[in-house]
Design a binder for this molecule. Structure first.
Ligand code: GLN
Ligand code: ZN
Length: 774
């Protein structure tokens, strides 16, 4: 590639950066403030220092425009609600009394008022607070936070670009406020919202912003003609304002599809597009609409939500193509770097070779700077970096971690029959009934029991080396004994060991499977001050030793009734990890499935008659566009069946999902061919039972009758009423009685009382069944 003229010099930028700071300073300051241990002034100063440090680092690395306004005390969508004055009625008094305390009340609720609902930000593991809007919503502009952050960056002598959630995405992410009819469409408020955005943009211009970025990721989802028309109106109106910064409309997480021509035609000065993974087709789509002549294109060529180094050569080729398609091309990660940890270099425990394959926020920043330089000055200017990158990519491709011949041979040899149970459900059900001898409406739980402070302390002592493995395991056995004794006393039919040995349902397995890496500092924000450290699925997956067998068999040795084996399913093992990007997800899922299959079979051989494989993530990993659902669900359901189909007909396979909205995936749930499924249902009054029935779901199901998200103890009558409701949809020989989800976040007193009531409710309703002995 030859150097391009100075007028088209490419520059590097990013849309957002991890907020927490290198030592999670933000989490500590915010939580300290909540507890009254950190003053408002100290909290503010921590935030100012963190922002300044991030901007200085970005600018120092060679980033031209630094993002401002992306920093948040809790969540950027909540910040947007504040910015446009969309404070729910129930929080108004608190916000007026003290803006920051009111803000945290909206995020977390108080004794008196419920917080905003929280849900996933597109298909990431970040959660945002859902705006609540209604026909009476009055928007008012409050640009103070954005203007303040802009000012801080300007004062440091930097070139800031404020980043805002765009008006169309903001409305599409909102839901009707409590009391507003469910069919109210927040997007109908667009005409009211745009003038408020106009005022904010004017304020930002007045405060010195040359450019402002409006994020419209909702436009990468399937959108109706009316929604696309709303986007067209929005950017016609905002673009038509005289008093504003230049506008960069950003999209990410997928391809723009029909929204691309809409945005390309709109009177804004720039578009930022994702060109990674599923969104790579944006290159051809952009060419097809004639490019962006005279406009700025920010090219997201570095995957902003995974942890792997970029193929710089391939990105330069993409960028070279894009150069002909816009007036100016800049380089960026595909989305905000919020979704990746801060610094791969901080991981000193990782193998040196492996750590060279990893790029977290800092390294991704360096990558976009390198690419911009290569694009502007020619590849010779970055020759050293390019050759090091080629070597790292080659080392990853050739490594025995990523290429285990035995694992690959086994995955290739999988046949269709391997993912089918040997007998149809009706025959299995008869065999299981004979083996298990369960009553009608059998009672069980979803797996975990309260993780007591003593148990957490034991794990911390183990990590700190103050407790040896033997001592720790003795504590785990004690927990198992207690949990079993309680369940037997309470009269539960299918028992669990309580999962006391697990810190987390993915991490526990990741630590024991070959191919997964753990990080020391790889924190990413899940929501608010909650950060998680997802494992990295880096290589071919195998199971060097049994994962759970000894705990399950120990538990079974203490109990007469069946003890369920408990595993995390292949889709969830991928969804809550960073996954490899060098092979199709389905191939990775198949490897995990085979490792789990061995565990399932070994549990069975050890005498386990009931085995549960949890897939709470099945629905959340659903691709953003419907056209991609079929391919995803095909490999996802196949992986589940592959892990569970190696057992005999009389071994009962359970699965669990913790959500009540599964309309999109109900056929996939059926395709799992699990003998029994437990689902969340208590809050929605057994709606799932009716949905399963309407679908013709042919197997056994346990819609939850105990809402474990609340410390409230359901009464016998309440649980019995839910069961009767369930019986209106599911016949008694196929209805199970269980809570909505695992109990690990609950305390013992309410768990005990709730499960006793659940068993009493099952007994009451059994007596009402026709033919019952009373
Ligand atoms: N078996 C797990 C538990 O009970 C399931 C958790 C989940 O679905 N998120 O904790
Ligand atoms: Zn659950």
């Amino acid at each position: 590639m030859t150097a391009t003229s100075a007028t088209t010099a490419a520059r590097a930028t990013v849309y957002g950066y991890p907020r927490q700071g290198p030592n999670r300073e933000l989490k500590k300051a915010v939580e300290g403030y909540w507890r009254g241990r950190v003053t408002l002034g100290a909290l503010r100063q921590t935030a100012i220092d963190l922002r300044a440090a991030t901007w200085r680092r970005l600018a120092g690395a060679g980033v031209h425009e630094v993002p401002t306004g992306d920093f948040s005390y809790y969540d950027h969508v909540l910040d947007t609600s504040v910015m446009v004055g969309a404070v729910p009625e129930r929080h108004r008094a608190a916000v007026e009394a003290d803006p920051l305390d009111g803000y945290f009340a909206m995020a977390r609720g108080t004794q008196e008022v419920a917080p905003l609902e929280m849900t996933k930000w597109f298909d990431t593991n970040y959660h945002y607070l859902v705006p609540e809007l209604g026909p009476d919503t009055v928007f008012t502009a409050d640009s103070s936070r954005q203007v303040a952050h802009l000012g801080e960056a300007l004062a440091l002598g930097l070139t800031p670009r404020p980043v805002l959630v765009g008006p169309v995405t903001y409305l599409l992410l909102a839901k009707p406020a409590p009391g507003v009819p469910a069919d109210f469409e927040p997007l109908s408020l667009l005409e009211r919202l745009l003038p408020v955005y106009g005022e904010i943009l004017a304020d930002l211009r007045a405060a010195g912003a040359e450019w402002a970025q409006l994020d419209e990721p909702a436009l990468v989802q399937d959108r109706s003609a009316a929604e696309l028309d709303a986007a067209a109106r929005a950017y016609r109106e905002l673009g038509g304002l005289a008093d504003r910064p230049r506008l960069l409309v950003a999209s990410y997480f997928d391809r723009l599809g029909d929204a691309l021509p809409v945005l390309a035609k709109s009177p804004v000065e720039g578009l930022a597009l994702d060109f990674t993974g599923r969104a790579a087709v944006n290159v051809d789509a952009l060419a097809a609409v004639g490019g962006l002549p005279g406009k700025r294109l920010v090219a997201g060529v570095v995957d902003g939500r995974n942890v792997w180094i970029n193929d710089l050569g391939a990105s330069l080729t993409t960028l070279g193509t894009l150069l002909g398609l816009a007036g100016r091309v800049d380089v960026a990660p595909s989305c905000s770097l919020l979704h990746v940890p801060l610094d791969a270099r901080a991981e000193r425990d990782l193998d040196g070779e492996v750590s060279r394959w990893l790029a977290f926020a800092r390294q991704k920043t360096d990558e976009v700077v390198t690419l911009a330089r290569g694009l502007s000055e020619g590849t010779a200017a970055i020759a050293g970096t390019l050759s090091a990158n080629r070597a790292d990519l080659a080392s990853r491709a050739a490594s025995s971690l990523t290429h285990d011949a035995a694992v690959r041979a086994r995955a290739t040899a999988v046949t269709e029959a391997d993912s089918r149970r040997s007998q149809p459900y009706a025959e299995r059900a008869a065999a299981q009934r004979a083996r298990l001898g369960l009553p009608l409406l059998p009672t069980t739980t979803v797996g975990s029991f309260p993780q007591t402070p003593a148990l957490r302390a034991a794990r911390a002592e183990l990590r700190a080396g103050r407790l040896d493995t033997e001592g720790y395991e003795e504590r785990v056995r004690t927990e198992i004994r207690d949990v079993l004794a309680f369940q037997e006393r309470a009269g539960i039919d299918v028992l669990v060991h309580g999962e006391p040995e697990r810190n987390d349902m993915v991490q526990y397995f990741a630590e024991r499977l070959t191919g997964y890496l753990a990080t020391q500092h790889g924190w990413v924000q899940s929501y608010g001050t909650r950060y998680v450290r997802p494992p990295i699925l880096a290589g071919d997956v195998s199971r060097p030793a049994p994962l759970t067998v000894r705990w399950t068999t120990y538990a079974q040795s203490l109990a007469r009734r069946p003890v369920k084996g408990m595993l995390t399913g292949p889709v969830t093992m991928l969804a809550w990890s960073f996954v490899r990007d060098d092979q199709p997800l389905g191939d990775t899922a198949r490897q995990v499935a085979l490792a789990l299959r061995d565990e399932v079979n070994e549990l069975e051989a050890a005498g386990t008659s009931v085995i549960q494989v949890d897939e709470p993530a099945l629905r959340e990993t659903l691709p953003l566009r419907a056209a991609d659902h079929g391919a995803y669900l095909a490999w996802a359901t196949e992986a589940f069946r592959l892990s569970t189909s190696g057992v005999l007909p009389d071994t009962q396979i359970h699965t669990h999902m913790c959500y009540a909205e599964f309309g999109d995936v109900i056929q996939a749930i059926d395709d799992l061919d699990a003998d029994v499924i437990s689902l969340e249902a208590a809050r929605s009054h057994m709606r799932v039972a009716h949905e399963l029935a309407a679908h013709g779901y042919p197997r056994e199901a346990g819609p939850g009758v105990y809402d474990i998200h609340s410390p409230r103890v359901p009464s016998v009558e309440e649980a019995a009423a839910l069961l009767r409701e369930g019986l209106g949809a599911i016949p008694p020989e196929r209805l199970w009685v269980n809570p909505d989800c695992g109990l690990k976040t609950r305390g013992w007193p309410e768990t005990r009382a709730s499960l006793e009531n659940l068993v009493a409710a099952a007994r009451t309703v059994r007596r009402e069944l026709p033919g019952s002995q009373g």
